[in-house]
Design a protein around this ligand. Structure first.
Ligand code: SAH
Length: 261
């Protein structure tokens, strides 16, 4: 019996997959990819005779059945998922029947669209003294949110929010952020199809971002970034990170005495 690898394809561009992920694609006898989200150009790493299928029209049971059947015939089977497979990737649900059948399973990280979106916009998700916490979340829809993770309660922290799977409800995102205490002038960045050839980056405030999305016809495959760190590069004064402060002891560098102590 073979092994099934859950591989992160990264956000879209074929050179954003990890070296390990590309190697596994090149070795794979069978690849099942999420056609609605994974760019087909990533499949350029596969060998010509590889058995490749798109799971776009398959349900969870059909995906599992496909992986199980291929793993019984082949040495290396890849389930290729968008971004990083451990985020919103239903890996646990897919791996459970494979585990039960005694098939080995491995996971290979990918660059999440949250990271790719920040990079596309030239932004950082953390900023010294301003925000040191990032929340990956989504609005509840068909997938119910756990009671302790209501969007309102998460938004109330005022830290960086990377909001997945919610662009089609941008109006509700804005309303709930304002209700949670964010200023109407708070900056928002939307990145549609980060790293794809048709990538779009929108910058706005809570007041105008929904209208911008409508004007650009962005209603899917977009990441919403809300953070007090947005635009920090373009502001005059920034607190310098303690990481670069010579007086701050670090594990591999003893603290240096500063001139005034
Ligand atoms: N595992 C993926 C997320 C899958 S959920 C990851 O780590 O990125 C699908 C959601 O991810 C989409 O609704 C969208 O919010 C986001 N997404 C995926 N690819 C994207 C891309 N290239 N650009 C912007 N957002 C993307």
């Amino acid at each position: 019996m073979g092994k099934v690898w859950f591989v992160g394809a990264g956000p879209g561009a074929p050179d954003m997959i990890t070296v390990r992920g590309a190697r596994l694609l090149a070795e794979a006898d069978a690849i099942l990819y999420t056609g609605s989200l994974v760019a087909e150009t990533v499949l350029q790493w596969a060998k010509p005779e590889c058995d490749i299928a798109d799971s776009k029209t398959m349900d969870l049971a059909q995906v599992t059945a496909w992986l199980l059947e291929r793993a019984q015939r082949h040495a290396q089977v890849v389930r290729l998922q968008t971004g990083d497979p451990t985020l919103y990737g239903v890996v646990a649900e897919l791996a459970r029947p494979l585990d039960a059948a005694g098939i080995a399973v491995g996971i290979v990280s990918g660059v999440s669209s949250a990271m790719a979106a920040a990079a596309a916009a030239g932004e950082c998700l953390t900023l010294p003294e301003i925000t040191q916490t990032v929340i990956f979340t989504r609005l509840s829809e068909r997938t119910q949110m756990p009671e302790t993770e209501s969007f309102a309660s998460l938004a109330a922290h005022g830290c960086t929010l990377c909001i997945f799977l919610s662009i089609e409800r941008i109006d509700a995102v804005v309303t709930q952020l304002i209700a949670a205490g964010w200023a109407e002038t708070a900056p928002v960045v939307i990145v549609h199809k980060a790293t794809w050839p048709d990538e779009i980056v929108l910058r706005g405030t809570l007041t105008d971002i929904a209208a911008q999305c409508r004007a650009a016809q962005i209603d899917r495959q977009a990441l919403i970034l809300v953070s007090p760190a947005l635009g920090a590069r373009f502001r005059a004064s920034n607190t310098t990170s303690k990481l670069y402060d010579a007086a701050f002891p670090r594990r591999f560098r003893p603290a240096q005495p500063t001139t005034d102590n």
